[in-house]
Design a protein around this ligand. Structure first.
Ligand code: SAM
Length: 291
């Protein structure tokens, strides 16, 4: 082990020596803070206070091993088995996508759309639920809603269920391939939301190795020849499963956003179809209201 002694400061020197080619200094320190919070339960000010103090052997090994895994390119969220999303911590494993900031924006759009609406019972369906981050947060902020999340991956659903239990929020998770016909759903919904796989296979060349080697390809990629297949299928499903005046919310790939909008308009299922930008100014969300 290439660490001078068992002080936190020496562990951080080890992180800097081994990881500075992968992470810049501020990213690295933020990661070190997360690791210390997880294994030592240290707040940021604890970390400052105890930076030059020794720690016990088992914590030393845990923090050292996290550094070894970071050097292998494994994302910090998979190493710590948790990720921050919206305002809660979610369990994650390498069977689920690490929840992204854009998806926090999507959830926020839904919460704000319904904030001043008077509704008693509404049913919400999340398609391709992954870690369950979307329905779990929606249940927290829309407690009177009935939430369902579906995914083709049983492993992902197990993570999603663990998140609903962890936060004591009721969500119904069902294993379902959305391309199977008919779907195993016996109700209609007031809201359908989805962040489906949307990255073109050809885009993978410009992606970070960290994402490519670790995150599930089932959650990420679509064929270049048919890049909006998930959106087309979900728009068609809206005809049957979305109630009148119900809303469809999508997270989009800006490269195919206008194709999705065109398909939604041509379906004639909706009275309005709108594209919204994300915080970096990219076409990122679609909001459509059914006739
Ligand atoms: C981009 S991830 C989104 C995960 C999560 N909703 C989020 O926003 O972090 C897409 C999800 O769709 C699921 N998926 C892929 N193909 C599917 C299919 N045919 N039917 C249902 N779900 C599918 C994947 O397993 C993955 O969890």
């Amino acid at each position: 082990m290439k660490i001078a002694d068992n002080k936190l400061s020496s562990l951080y020197t080890y992180y800097k020596n081994e990881l500075s080619l992968i992470y810049d200094e501020s990213e690295l320190f933020a990661i070190f803070e997360l690791v210390c919070e997880k294994f030592l339960k240290y707040t940021k000010s604890d970390l400052k206070k105890y930076f030059y103090q020794p720690i016990n052997q088992s914590n030393l090994i845990n923090i050292y091993n996290a550094g070894v895994n970071l050097k292998k390119g494994i994302p910090i969220q998979y190493i710590l088995k948790e990720a921050f999303f919206y305002d809660m911590i979610f369990n994650v494993s390498n069977s689920v996508l690490i929840p992204r900031p854009e998806t926090e924006e999507l959830v926020d759009i839904i919460i704000k759309t319904y904030k001043n609406k008077n509704f008693d019972k509404i049913a919400i369906l999340d398609i391709g639920t992954g870690s369950g981050c979307i329905p779990v947060i929606l249940k927290k902020y829309m407690p009177q809603a009935h939430l369902t999340g579906i995914d083709i991956s049983e492993h992902a659903l197990n993570v999603a269920r663990s998140n609903a239990i962890k936060h004591n929020l009721e969500v119904n998770f069902i294993k379902q391939d959305i391309f199977s016909d008919p779907l195993n759903l016996n109700s209609t919904f007031s809201i359908i939301v989805s962040n489906p796989p949307y990255i073109l296979n050809s885009e993978s060349k410009q992606m970070e190795v960290r994402v490519l080697d670790n995150e599930p390809h089932l959650a990420l990629f679509v064929p270049d020849e048919n890049p909006i297949l998930f959106y087309k299928r979900i728009i068609e499903l809206s005809n049957q499963y979305l109630e009148q005046k119900g809303y469809l919310f999508f997270e989009l790939n800006s490269l195919t956003a206008f194709q999705v909008r065109q398909y939604a308009i041509e379906s004639q299922y909706f009275s309005s179809v709108e594209i919204l930008m994300d915080m970096s100014g990219k076409e990122r969300f679609l909001v459509a209201c059914k006739h």
